[in-house]
Design a protein around this ligand. Structure first.
Ligand SMILES: [Zn+2]
Length: 593
């Protein structure tokens, strides 16, 4: 059956009324067996949470190509079966609702069609490895950007159809790893760097100075390419949407990134929005190695039908976060002071998270599938971010390697080794792959480091390791003498409502719960968080009555404020550093430019 093995499946995506947000999808294939099955992923690579995309599929049906209808039923919530004979040419059609826009979703309206195949393309069972021709039927003036290769005739040739363009994917995995935007208003900048064409593609970017990012992105690409000894691709696309949040998703030869308009408008170098743009861009680009090519064995091949836990997510996301900001530093876009300010902020976040005392980095990685707030209650006390702690531990691991090898080796060598051993050879990385690579680079076991700080919850060795690089930590009480209850509250419709309660806090002792409305403290009707702070200030540390509304009942409790435990952290070069520490600091924090 060599002939049919090469035969491509045909997928077509189009729409009739774009503002209904419904894609019309058509899949044509030859049944490789009797009663072929099709399924939709229940999650997508890059977001390790069950998403059940099948919830947005409507009006599915099947027929013989050019012939009669065939029965098509579900066998599971995300799985369908068509009653047909082996060898039948089958057409499956369905609609997919795409009305929510983020980097990993799909979205359709009159201004654009954006889709992630992982959301909306069904996989034909047993035909996952066949090539796929995907046709996009779109208005003639719209342009398409995707990492897939076009199979259309060169310009000037007579087109089969007035509209519609066709793209070739190696196989199903490649198809659904290739986010695609079609729109009449894309802004594109392109440049050549390290042997590849890099494109910055913007949707909805009116009023944003997109051009100013080209040179910084080029420098970041150059730095990362040099780190790994070259780029493993010829073309790369950043697909940016200007929207209302920061969010990025990595892919093999592209990334999809959502930007925050309110922070980008008017942003100039040094502004928060500008820095955020560069940091998220550097992070996603680094993923083209770390997670897209250096891939945990547990993900090879991806099982789209079920949760796939790995204890390596901290390394996939944490090391990538570490190199994201380090790219800004080492490409000369950030000063050492700016970088240290960032790292201090990350440490502050981790050291304020109650979960750090019992949830290890490896366990948070494994349990990432459970962190949906709809399922994990009390997340603010229970959870730690494997991005956040992963980045900090990566920094400490880098310093540990530099210390043990007297500055001869670093985490850069580990990344190059991982690329050689797994990425370049297209081999999945076993769960102990990072530890083994670090041990190889250092020349001896690093079990203790992994046991204590990655598998365990020991306090992190900041002082010791930062000092080895001539950096000191200055902790300060941020609000010394101020009163604190331990509630996170927000105003909802003019009422102050408890969002979360810090475990062990005065609010917890007084029995406050999420969703309680805080009506009054002492004799004061509370209008806002600021008002609450002022009332507490007048009250001092004395126990005070607090009036709550819960489930349409009024509840009175007494609460005794404590001193605000929050702190700030500064990282700065140590005045009395030894020459060896100063040398290490230069090696660690000096720009390459
Ligand atoms: Zn990431």
């Amino acid at each position: 059956m060599a002939e049919s093995k090469r035969e491509a499946l045909r997928y077509r995506i189009g729409w009739t009324r774009p503002n209904d947000h419904l894609f019309d999808i058509r899949i044509e294939f030859t049944a490789g067996r009797r009663n072929p099955e099709l399924s939709l992923p229940v999650w997508r690579p890059g977001r390790y949470l069950r998403q059940n995309y099948a919830a947005n599929v409507r009006q599915w049906r099947a027929r013989i190509a050019g012939g009669p209808a065939l029965p098509m039923d579900k066998t599971e919530p995300s799985r369908w079966r068509v009653q047909a004979a082996r060898g039948d040419r089958i057409v499956v059609e369905y609609r997919f609702y795409a009305g929510v826009l983020d980097a990993g979703s799909s979205f359709l309206d009159e201004s654009e069609a954006y889709f992630n195949g992982s959301n909306l393309f069904m996989m034909v069972a047993l035909q996952r490895q066949r090539p796929i021709d995907m046709e996009i039927v779109h208005p003639a003036v719209w342009k398409v950007e995707t990492q897939l290769e076009s199979t259309d005739e060169p310009p000037g040739a007579v087109r089969r159809r007035a509209r519609g363009t066709t793209w070739r994917a190696r196989d199903f995995d490649h198809l659904i790893d290739s986010p695609t935007i079609a729109s009449p208003s894309l802004i594109t900048h392109a440049f050549e760097e390290s042997g590849a064409t890099i494109r910055l593609v913007f949707q909805s970017a009116e009023g944003i100075d997109t051009e100013q990012y080209v040179e910084p992105v080029r420098r970041m690409v150059r730095f990362q390419a040099a780190l790994f000894g070259g780029l493993p691709l010829r073309d790369y696309r950043f697909l940016y949407h200007v929207g209302d949040r920061w969010h990025g998703v990595e892919h093999e030869d592209s990334s999809s990134i959502m930007l925050r308009r309110d922070q980008l408008e008017g942003a100039r170098p040094g502004d928060e929005g500008y820095d955020h743009f560069l940091a998220i861009t550097a992070h996603e680009f680094f993923h083209l190695w770390n997670v897209k090519r250096i891939v945990p064995l547990k993900f090879t091949p991806y099982d789209y039908s079920a949760e796939t836990p790995s204890r390596l997510l901290w390394a996939m996301e944490g090391i990538t976060s570490y190199y994201g900001e380090r790219t800004l530093l080492r490409a000369g876009l950030w000063t050492m002071e700016r970088y240290l300010r960032h790292l201090a902020g990350e440490i502050q976040t981790l050291e304020s998270a109650p979960g750090r005392e019992f949830l290890s980095l490896a366990q948070a990685s494994f349990d990432g599938w459970l962190q949906d707030p709809a399922q994990m209650h009390d997340k603010s006390n229970a959870w730690i971010s494997f991005y956040n702690k992963g980045e900090i531990v990566s920094a400490l691991l880098d310093l540990e390697i530099r210390r043990q090898t007297r500055g001869r080796r670093s985490l850069d060598d580990v990344m190059r080794l991982l690329w050689q051993d797994y990425g370049r050879k297209r081999r999945g990385m076993p769960e102990d792959g990072i530890e083994r690579a670090v041990a190889k680079v250092v020349g001896k076991t690093v079990r203790r480091f992994f046991e204590r700080f990655i598998e365990g919850v020991q306090p992190l060795p900041y002082d010791e390791l930062l000092r080895s690089a001539g950096i000191e930590m200055v902790w300060k009480r941020r609000r010394a003498g101020e009163f604190w209850l331990g509630v996170i509250a927000e105003r909802r419709e003019g009422r102050l409502v408890v969002e979360s309660v810090v475990a062990g806090s005065p609010a917890s002792a007084a029995g406050l719960r999420p969703n309680d409305e805080i009506i009054a403290v002492g004799q004061r009707r509370i209008a806002s968080k600021n008002h609450l702070d002022r009332v507490l200030k007048n009250n001092g540390f004395k126990p005070v009555p607090i009036l709550l509304a819960r489930n349409r009942e009024i509840i009175q409790r007494e609460i005794a404020p404590a001193e605000d435990p929050s702190f700030s952290l500064e990282l700065r070069p140590r005045g009395k550093a030894t020459p060896a520490e100063e040398r290490r600091r230069r090696e660690w924090l000096e720009t390459d430019e």
